[in-house]
Design a protein around this ligand. Structure first.
Ligand code: PMP
Ligand code: GLU
Length: 392
């Protein structure tokens, strides 16, 4: 079977691959604690489920919808963004997509000519690089020297005549780092000056801890907002990863192009999920707050314990998302593995604790731990890691 070069050049999603391996191990009766995939362990709040069931029972969910989403959902998204940031988007500036993942995928498809470059701050989420490649573009990793956040100088060093966009993900997957208003202002102005579009992936914006303040790229300056496409969705805030609803909001021309692509690619995001998302975005925020508070409690419990694990280096306490991203190269050496990849793999085989190797996020000496898991499982996992590293 001949397959296209573009798919042969792409690596499978490491996050999804490890999570599917852990599911297989669990099904085979193994005692696995899955700290790999980034998804809330909570089930979707009942009022959201009920909105979907009502749409199904009334027949509304039976039919195709507009490719970029039902008007009620676009209105709910626009109101929600306006409440959170003060920025007002018209319906024509919003496209609802099959997860934020497809908003990003589609965006690179409509934006990039072959060889166009996108600056990818590193560490960064596993799918950015491959989505850019699938669109014929060239991802250019910009490694953050400190605190997992890139500076304007680091971006400028990597800018070329082909640079079309930069991705800013805050709070960040995999480190939980949050960019300050000042850092974003510098990056936003730099991007504006050099005609580089900002892709602001704010999918974790509701998950902030211990009083951390948050600014989105779209609430700094109207000129920066006009040069930014906002990406977000319901997966993380509302425990709705399985429903697959995300969106892009930004310049009308770009959203119209994305709409054209969506019309041929997905048709529309699942109708029942769209009705569920309306209920999510128009809700009072109590459900989000309850889950956020639980993540905060877990972070505060496990952070000092993970810091103390032998061979784990984790200087900065994350301010958002639900991940820790320690450097574990010393832990790999202590256990006589030559690479973190081997260490992570042995940890899973021998203790049942699943992490994601940092290589998936562009930093091979690190590993990601998701704490979107019950506290007793987290404590159990930390105990197993401690024993595994300590005993070797
Ligand atoms: N952006 C980031 C940074 C992510 O971690 C994820 C993973 N869920 C996504 C986008 C995509 O989310 P979804 O497709 O579930 O909306
Ligand atoms: N984004 C989450 C993660 O990083 C979910 C899996 C994925 O889509 O990559 O684990």
């Amino acid at each position: 079977m001949h397959l296209a070069k573009r798919i042969n050049a792409v690596a499978p999603s490491a996050t999804l691959a490890i999570s599917s391996l852990t599911k297989q191990m669990k099904a085979a009766g193994q005692d696995v604690i899955d700290l790999s995939i980034g998804q809330p362990d909570f089930t979707t709040p009942a009022f959201i489920d009920q909105a979907a069931t009502a749409a199904i029972n009334s027949g509304q969910a039976s039919f195709y919808t507009p490719a970029t989403g039902i008007p009620a959902l676009k209105a709910a998204i626009a109101d929600h963004i306006a409440q959170q940031t003060g920025t007002v988007y018209a319906p024509a500036q919003i496209a609802v997509t099959t997860g934020a993942k497809f908003a990003l995928y589609g965006l690179f498809q409509v934006l990039l000519e072959p060889g166009d470059e996108v600056l990818v701050p590193t560490p960064g989420w596993v799918s950015y690089v491959e989505q850019i490649r699938l669109a014929g573009g060239r991802p250019r990793a910009v490694v953050a020297a400190a605190h997992f956040k890139v500076t304007v100088d680091e971006l400028e060093q990597n800018r070329t005549a082909r640079t079309r966009a930069v991705i800013i993900n805050s709070p960040q997957n995999p480190s939980g780092a949050v960019y300050s208003r000042q850092e974003l202002t510098l990056i936003g102005n730099w991007a504006l000056k050099h005609h580089v579009l900002v892709v602001a992936d704010d999918i974790y914006r509701d998950l902030l801890y211990n009083g951390a303040t948050y600014t989105s790229m779209i609430e700094i300056d109207p000129a920066i907002t006009a040069n930014t496409v906002l990406i977000s969705g319901v997966s993380k805030s509302y425990a709705m990863t399985g429903w697959r609803i995300g969106f892009a909001a930004g310049p009308e021309k770009l959203i119209a192009a994305l709409g054209k692509l969506l019309g041929h690619a997905t048709g529309n995001p699942t109708a029942a999920s769209q009705y569920a998302a309306v209920a999510a975005f128009t809700s009072d925020g109590k459900a989000v707050e309850a889950m956020r508070a639980a993540f905060e409690d877990r972070l505060n419990t496990i952070f000092p314990l993970v810091q103390k694990l032998p061979g784990f280096d984790l200087p900065d306490k994350p301010q958002g998302a639900f991940y820790l991203f320690p450097k574990v190269k010393r832990a790999a050496a202590l256990t006589h593995y030559t690479s973190v990849d081997e260490f992570v793999s042995a940890l899973l085989q021998e203790t049942g604790v699943a992490l994601v190797p940092g290589r998936a996020f562009g930093m091979p000496d690190y590993a990601r731990l998701s704490y979107a898991t019950a506290k007793d499982s987290l404590l159990d996992a930390i105990g197993r890691i401690d024993k595994f590293v300590g005993n070797n």
